[in-house]
Each structure stands twice: as C-alpha cells, then as structure tokens.
Design a protein around this ligand. Sequence first.
Ligand SMILES: [Zn+2]
Length: 89
Amino acid sequence: MSVTGGDETPAAAPDAVGDLMCSARRCRADAAWGVLWNNPALHTPLRRKVWLACDEHRAYLEEYLQVRRFLRGVVPVAELDRLPERDGP
Ligand SMILES: [Zn+2]
C-alpha cells in the first residue's frame, strides 16, 4: 500500500435513486432534495444512503438524522444518480 500524501480522500457515492418522490411518511410530493446519511454500525464509511425530500419535509428528515449523528449532507436531486427507468407501465 502506497500513500503519497496529498488530498486523496475518495469521494463518497450516494446510492442511486428511483422515483423522485418524498420519503416522508404519507407524503407523495415530488422530491427536491437528496438527504445523504450513513449509519456507521451498518454501512461502510463511504456509503451514502439517500432519503428523498420535498421542500416541506427536508428539515424534518435532516433533523431526524442529525440527532442520530447519521446526517452527511443534502444535495439537489439533480445531482443524484438515477436507477435505470423501467420500460412500460
Ligand atoms: Zn414531503
């Protein structure tokens, strides 16, 4: 293993997402944000789980994760990778 120094921190990769619908319970609004989180007990350090959030629920989901120290960031949904679209209905 060679370490050459410098900034070689690998980038964390958020999970790909499917339908852009808010993850909050009973909410079916279009998601505007990807709330990125990681539970160190379950996930490798660079894993980023993604909860989708509409404008209304972004703060709620952020706070839920923050009190558990799982919150890693929030990005616009446009920056998230998408799962392949399924063909047909
Ligand atoms: Zn919502």
